[in-house]
Design a protein around this ligand. Sequence first.
Ligand code: FES
Length: 160
Amino acid sequence: MKNFEYTKENEEKFQKHLKKYPNSNCVLLPALWLVQEQIRWISPEAMIYIAKRLNKSPAEVYSFATFYTMFNLKPIGTYHIELCKTLSCMLRGSRELKKFIKDTIGIKPGETSKDGKFHLSEVECLGACGGAPMFALNGVYHENQNINSLEKLIKECKSC
Ligand code: FES
């Protein structure tokens, strides 16, 4: 079992959250976000760490983390593509983007590439319908996408 602890930078953010919110219940969500930002998923060790830090039981943290679908409960690729599948994006080409990802990286929604670089999720509307089709890459929105722009981005990610 590999222990988890915040980086120095995330510890500072965590301390700010503790001061900002009235009680530990309110800190649970941002505390888990910090974990996901740091290691890209919520590991069991991280849940235990958060439970200790917030004086909660691991079961409370687990039930919270599993309630929200935006938390990754298993390791994912270095680059997490969250492709919007809702109406505006679908009408403007999200299915073609999904097919391109399958053809070039070899992954379908819910899968991680063999090299561990990419993970694809299909998600509901991310609130950027005016920029359809769009996806988030590690949380950063990429709007008005097409096959060419996606191909360029994938190449950039592969070369890192
Ligand atoms: S439909 Fe894709 S962002 Fe809203």
